[in-house]
Design a protein around this ligand. Structure first.
Ligand SMILES: N[C@@H](CCC[C@H](N)C(=O)O)C(=O)O
Length: 294
């Protein structure tokens, strides 16, 4: 009997930041490339390794030309894909887990370094509780149409009696933030189905549902584009804080925020027009995996 011995096996690591989890694949000489089907396999929680996303660890010289052109001093490119194989321009928790991987594997050292993403270079700074990432400048995606209540769209979620006003925030990737009225219990929203955003954003959107907890403190659940409900989303937490702060009239005295997500707690700082994200990140497993025949 002849067995197929041409199985393609690759190295991987598994990591998470507040339970937003990723399969990391080192591609230290540019290979392996991954097809969308291979990403879906790796992210599959039953037949594969399991993760909200898959991140290739790529030296900048092997990154796509448009990334290389703006990479500055960054030595590593975070090649991020969502669980469904689609590309996400940015992943905040992903950058923190990626930085942790680089340091644990001796690929970066020092308290500060840059990494390249499809949304440009992000500065990583080591802190007591893991890396803080400067996500850069935030932007309201549709400021021209935001009404006096601060909304530019509506979101219908399963479990919500009526469409809720929402605000679109660009964090390098698209977000739609919904502030829930105080009487509304965050846990009653059913995120097993995607919330419907109207008007429908051309490139889709991550959708955050936010409740105020106290001064500088919010709680959030998120439905991620290309994934579904996740336990945490770094760019989503940033968008949620930006929207909440903006709705409150952008007070100058509230620039440090805590964001409770199902997977833990993230820190957000607003500083000089930039948004900075912090929180724990860890690499929890390493191994090899055989990719299915294509
Ligand atoms: N979980 C991430 C965001 C990942 C990308 C997102 N699903 C998209 O398609 O934009 C984060 O921590 O920011």
């Amino acid at each position: 009997m002849v067995f197929n011995v041409l199985v393609r096996t690759i190295e991987f690591a598994k990591g998470h930041g507040t339970r937003n989890d990723f399969v990391l694949v080192p591609a230290l000489d540019g290979a392996p490339e991954l097809t969308a089907d291979e990403v879906v396999f790796l992210a599959d929680r039953r037949g594969g390794i399991g993760g909200d996303g898959v991140i290739r660890v790529v030296p900048v010289e092997h990154a796509p030309e448009e990334v290389r052109a703006g990479a500055g001093d960054a030595r590593w490119f975070m090649d991020y894909r969502n669980q469904d194989g689609s590309i996400g321009e940015m992943c905040g928790n992903g950058t923190r887990v990626f930085a942790q991987y680089l340091v644990e594997h001796g690929l970066e050292s020092g308290a500060e370094f840059d990494i390249a993403t499809r949304d440009g270079v992000k500065r990583m700074t080591a802190g007591a509780d893991g890396f803080e990432v400067d996500l850069g400048a935030w932007r309201l995606s549709r400021e021209d149409v935001a009404d006096e209540r601060g909304s530019d769209s509506v979101v219908q979620a399963v479990g919500a009696p009526e469409p809720l006003p929402a605000l679109s925030v660009d964090m390098g990737n698209p977000h739609t933030v919904v502030a829930l009225p105080p009487e509304f219990d965050l846990s009653t929203i059913d995120l097993t189905l995607p919330p419907r955003v109207d008007p429908h954003p051309e490139l889709g959107s991550n959708v955050e549902f936010v409740r105020a907890v106290g001064p500088g403190h919010i709680a959030m659940r998120v439905h991620e584009r290309g994934v579904g409900e996740t336990q945490s989303c770094g760019t989503g937490a940033a968008a949620a804080v930006v929207a909440t702060w903006w709705w409150a009239g952008a007070p100058v005295d509230q620039l440090d925020w805590r964001v409770d997500v199902p997977g833990g707690r993230l820190g957000i700082r607003l500083h000089g027009g930039h948004v900075l994200l912090s929180g724990p990140a860890e690499i929890i497993a390493r191994g090899r995996v055989a990719l299915p025949d294509s």
